[in-house]
Design a protein around this ligand. Structure first.
Ligand SMILES: Nc1ncnc2c1ncn2[C@@H]1O[C@H](COP(=O)(O)OP(=O)(O)O)[C@@H](O)[C@H]1O
Ligand SMILES: [Mg+2]
Length: 396
């Protein structure tokens, strides 16, 4: 298949259910494989569109498997298709760019990466919603969506998929890098110095913004702690953080994934109960420090101490992306934690990749791979038995 330059829209909406990120990316004609050098694309523009309040509530309700109605889920799929298409069209207008292809992650309603017994068989399952056919029809270009099932069909956990971009962009013959995204959940990709794709590993470190958001909402009636200002006025409750970090998820060895199942409503309920009587800003500071501490503990226990690479990995940098990069208190706490581990914190923006755009860019690259019938899962990151071409294509 010939590989001409392609202009691709990547669309992401994560577990925070805060809204839609769109990135417009130019991908040069040569083969984009993770084995190639960086600068495999140009970011032409990116934009963020918060979900309207009612839509956000509907999305959060849809994630609550026990209450969701099939009719609403079905309608939400088509509604989100329209919203994703509108977001692409608006971004195209703003930047004066016309895309030829789109990759849309969709909104995850349910993710169970491990097979468990169900009706007499063992199944794993995942569900991202946002109808590709609707996006294709409205934008007038082919759309790749539903990326995760093909990796699971190949024996993987269906996540994480962003390591494809991480490896392409950040691999370095001399400097080991940890690429840390702080979305609703926080996850890292570890790329040892000079590593082939098979040595890349990735896992969820625990809560990102999800717990901070929920606590801020409950105590201050705000959707998130803008700039980390509330946490900056508080003092973290160390005892509570230590107790949480003794929990099963944090001790579990990678690969591991987390979601609202681990750090959603129940977790926040227990945290608030444990903090009863404490100052409100101290509780937000505690949630913020929990994210910082869980990241540094994950790095210490599950990256730096790994036997296969200890000594020669030369991990020197941790590169932060995601909405959490805008929480200055979180960054300050994390910087202090990392300094004790001999790591330097950098922002993905320093590498030309705005923190908020990174995951959207990743889905533009994955869509391009699929369009060229190339695989894009990093099998060592997802646990898949083989490389897989990800996603389904809808034509306009
Ligand atoms: N200015 C800001 N100050 C502090 N936190 C912010 C700011 N902007 C975004 N965030 C945080 O980032 C989250 C969204 O991050 P994002 O990377 O989109 O996560 P996800 O991939 O889960 O949707 C918000 O819910 C909020 O907690
Ligand atoms: Mg988001």
């Amino acid at each position: 298949m010939t590989k001409k330059e392609l202009i691709v829209a990547g669309v992401m909406s994560g577990t925070s259910a805060d809204g839609i990120n769109v990135a417009l990316v130019r991908i040069p004609g040569r083969r984009a494989s993770p084995a190639r050098a960086a600068a495999a694309f140009d970011l032409l523009g990116h934009a963020e569109y918060p979900y309207p309040k009612k839509v956000r509530s509907a999305v959060l309700a849809a994630m609550n498997a026990r209450q969701a109605s099939v009719a609403d889920l079905s309608r939400l799929n088509f509604l989100l298709g329209k919203l994703y298409a509108d977001a692409i069209l608006a971004t195209q207008r703003n930047f004066g760019v016309k895309v030829q292809l789109a990759g849309c992650h969709g909104q995850t309603l349910y993710h169970q990466g491990e097979a468990r017994p169900f009706l007499g068989r063992k199944v794993a399952a995942t569900w991202q919603t946002g109808e590709g056919a609707i996006i294709a029809a409205r934008v007038g270009v082919p759309v790749v969506s539903d990326f995760r099932p093909a990796d699971m069909a190949a024996g993987g956990k269906g996540a994480p998929l962003v390591p494809f971009l991480d490896y392409m962009m950040f691999r370095d013959p001399h400097v080991g890098k940890i690429v840390q995204n702080i979305g609703g959940i926080a996850n890292l990709t570890a790329i040892p110095a000079g590593a082939p794709p098979a040595d890349v590993f990735a896992f969820d470190t625990g809560p990102g913004n999800m717990v901070i958001d929920a606590v801020t909402e409950k105590l201050f009636h705000l959707p998130f702690d803008r700039g980390g200002k509330i946490a900056a006025c508080g003092k973290p409750l160390d005892k509570i953080i230590q107790e949480i970090l003794r929990g099963a998820f944090f001790r579990q060895k990678p690969p591991k994934t987390a979601g609202r199942e681990e750090f959603g409503e129940q977790f926040v309920h227990d945290l608030l109960r444990g903090c009863r009587g404490e100052r409100k800003q101290d509780i937000v500071a505690t949630a913020t420090a929990l994210t910082a501490r869980s990241i540094s503990e994950a790095v210490r226990l599950h990256v730096l101490a790994r036997k296969q690479i200890a000594g020669d990995a030369r991990f020197q940098e941790l590169i932060v992306s995601g909405g959490g990069a805008r929480n200055l208190t979180l960054l300050k706490l994390l910087t202090a934690e990392l300094t004790t581990l001999g790591l330097r914190l950098r922002l993905s923006d320093e590498f030309g990749l705005p923190a908020a755009a990174k995951e959207a860019v990743a889905f533009a690259l994955l869509a391009c791979q699929t369009w060229h019938r190339k695989p894009s899962n990093i099998a060592s990151a997802t646990g898949a038995k083989r490389d897989a071409i990800l996603g389904k294509i809808s034509y306009p």
